[in-house]
Design a protein around this ligand. Sequence first.
Ligand SMILES: *Cc1c(COP(=O)(O)O)cnc(C)c1O
Length: 326
Amino acid sequence: VRARLGAIINARDTHVCVPLQGSGTFSVEAAVNTLVPRDGHLLVLINGAYGKRLARLAQMMGRRITQFETAEDVPTTAADVDGLLARDPSITHVGLIHCETSTGIENPLAAIAAVVAKHRRALIIDAMSSFGALPIDAQAIPFDALIAASGKCVEGPPGMGFVFARKSVLEKSEGRSSSLAMDLHDQWVYMEKTTQWRFTPPTHVLVALDAALAQYVEEGGQPARLARYRANCDALLTGLAELGLKSFLPPAIQAPIIVTVHAPRDPRFAFKDFYARVRDKGFVLYPGKLTQVETFRFGCIGAIGPDEMRSAVHAMRDALDEMGVR
Ligand SMILES: *Cc1c(COP(=O)(O)O)cnc(C)c1O
């Protein structure tokens, strides 16, 4: 499973895949706690809830952080990062959310990684909702850690995360973690030595993930998965436009992973009612995560195709009709 995961991002000998029990956040926390020295300084690039979560967990583990926040519909740019790193030489690490799942915005990973490398700082990438779908090449994009999980775009069950850590960096991180269970160095060394997990393994998740990865390869790997998600996203956006619903992000920065939509202005619209009606027709919507505007979200990922997206749009149209929403 580790080798198959590594092949997806061309990790080769530069990076090792260290799996960890738990949801994705556990692996983000483990990566920061193991790879950022206790006296390190992490610049966190934020344009949504997951960026805020990264900043919070790093701070809770006692790391010095600086937050750089843009609006939820504004990607961080390489120029932003260039300026921030030039002004503050004490920053040792940069934390980036590749696809910020709270809106679906795609941050420019390759350009930001190049700038971070130019300044000789280390990059930590939360690629939780992009790994497996958006192209990432570990030989072309310099990073110390990239974090993802068994669910989302590799379409396994949730329950296990994994960190691709630069081998030369991980080798030097012994004894740095302030947590035993989250110590990626210990996890890696033990696994290499014994071929066993340190603690009780998530057996069912692993077996199912193995099957999901076989299906991933059979489908045609990353390009095929991206093409299907893009077709899903296009079918959804077309259907939403027909319903008069407006998506939150402009197409240029919309990753085909998750789509945020403005709630209709009609006073007859109430999300709770709408949600229940659409659910009763077989589709579960994803509540919005924005504070300023009322939105809801759609996942374009999972073992579904454009037909399912169109059926979901029909269910929403029927629900809106029933509610008398124009
Ligand atoms: C899903 C996700 C996570 C992890 O969330 P968990 O609920 O802990 O699995 C982290 N970052 C991003 C960008 C995500 O989409």
